[in-house]
Design a binder for this molecule. Structure first.
Ligand SMILES: C#C[C@@H]1N[C@@H](C)[C@@H](O)[C@H]1O
Length: 437
């Protein structure tokens, strides 16, 4: 192990009540919204194959044309309360909202740049409306902030000259002032979700970012910041040179998930996921595979079964409307969550052998255990292998607590629950198991 000045703040999980609350969310919503929603993945009739929020980097998109688009931004359909209601009905316990993406456009009236919502035809503070609406709906608010800022003259991907260094020093102060401003303006914020910290320019700023991290945390008690913010002494993010996680949870699972508990290294973590293959901002022409609500529910349950949170992305269009596909997904997930949230909220990893029928989750407070079934064996036999001495006493469908299922004890810690659904199952089924531990 090396002695690091700017490595991991702690070994092991944060144990305070703020982090405990975060750990028990299960399901969150990501909102990616900004000027990029106006072109929606097209320019002059041409289709942009990349992620819509990156369209400014597309060679077919003239930078000066993109940088004028904010003068058209006037989302007449925008209704923060409706978005918050939809998220609440889906079962999301928290939301992560883009304040500023890589293009540098600020959805709040920042005093440190003119490239903000205040200078659009819409004028009003989007972040304020969203923070208040979600907070009022009981959905905790987290703010996404991109360190990359293509609009700011002092931004650099790398520092190569003395001129770069001076410019980047100014950019760092600009970044710091914007972050302090966000926490000052929206103190309801429970955490910051940083992105765009992979540039070498940023990764060389361990000392500066360490001080900024402390300054931000001092502003809001319990503030939660993931592993994608600070670089260590050698420019490592997420895990320092000694392999210890930096920040309060691992923020590396973007459009991907761990498969085993070993891959999460005993840390808290979140998985952020898109409905299409790779669109965060609004793209009017989703191509490739668009995930169904069943696929997304399985990802949610898998995340919780491995001790993480699952954050599903929504990309509203340039008028401020949530698109139909996302509205349908939110409703279908919400319908399942209505009768099955018990296996998500306050639940985590049960260290029993993974079986083919699906995933276990366990309630961290009650120790109640759940089998969430995605694959029904044609045998009607659901195998359980428990750790030593743990016996299964009882099993029943969450939706029918009085109908006990037949349990066959098959020797050393192996049990078979017999269940054959009477009707065609189109959604995951939950079996509650009672043990004598
Ligand atoms: C790459 C990249 C960014 N990280 C995701 C969370 C989106 O913001 C995407 O643009």
């Amino acid at each position: 192990n090396q002695t690091l000045k700017y490595g991991a703040e702690r070994i092991g999980k944060r144990t305070d009540r703020h982090m405990e609350h975060w750990r028990n969310y299960g399901l969150g919503q990501f909102i990616h919204w900004g000027v990029y929603a106006i072109p929606g993945g097209h320019w002059k009739g041409k289709y942009y194959p990349g992620a819509a929020e990156w369209i400014r980097s597309w060679k077919e998109m003239p930078k000066e044309a993109y940088d004028e688009l904010y003068k058209q931004f006037n989302p007449k359909q925008f209704n923060a309360k409706a978005w918050a209601r939809q998220a609440k009905d889906m079962g999301a316990k928290y939301v992560i909202i883009t304040t500023k993406h890589h293009d540098g456009f600020c959805l709040w009236p920042s005093e440190f740049t003119d490239y903000t919502i205040a200078n659009t035809p819409y004028k009003r503070d989007i972040i304020k409306q969203l923070v208040e609406a979600y907070d009022e709906a009981g959905v905790d608010v987290y703010l996404y902030f991109s360190i990359i800022d293509w609009n700011h003259p002092g931004y650099r991907a790398k520092i190569e000259t003395e001129e770069d260094r001076v410019a980047y020093d100014g950019f760092k102060e600009f970044t710091r002032k914007q972050l302090l401003e966000l926490l000052e303006l929206y103190p309801q914020t429970k955490g910051l979700w940083f992105d765009g910290t992979w540039d070498s320019a940023w990764k060389e700023q361990a000392a500066y970012v360490s001080d900024l991290d402390k300054e931000l945390r001092a502003m809001i008690p319990g503030l939660i910041i993931g592993s994608r913010f600070r670089p260590d002494d050698f420019g490592n993010r997420h895990f320092d040179a000694n392999g210890n996680m930096m920040g309060d949870y691992e923020q590396g699972w973007e459009r991907k998930m761990p498969n085993t508990i070993e891959e999460v290294h005993g840390n808290d973590w979140d998985c952020v996921m898109t409905v299409p293959e790779n669109q965060w901002g609004y793209h009017s022409d989703w191509r490739g595979h668009v995930k169904t609500s069943n696929e997304l529910i399985e990802m949610l349950v898998k995340a919780v079964s491995l001790g993480g949170n699952f954050v599903l992305n929504f990309g509203p269009d340039g008028n401020g409307s949530i698109r139909e596909e996302e509205t349908t997904i939110a409703a279908e997930i919400g319908e399942w969550m209505n009768s099955n949230a018990t296996v998500i909220y306050n639940c985590g990893h049960l260290p029993w052998e993974k079986q083919d029928w699906g995933y276990y989750t366990v309630n961290r407070k009650t120790n109640e255990k759940y089998m969430v079934i995605f694959n029904h064996p044609i045998s009607g036999m659901y195998k359980i292998q428990t750790p030593d001495k743990i016996k299964i006493r009882k099993a029943y469908l969450l939706e029918n607590p009085s109908g006990e299922l037949n349990i066959e004890a098959c020797g050393e810690n192996k049990f078979i629950v017999h269940y054959r659904s009477s009707q065609k199952q189109t959604k995951p089924v939950v079996i509650v198991i009672k043990t004598d531990d």
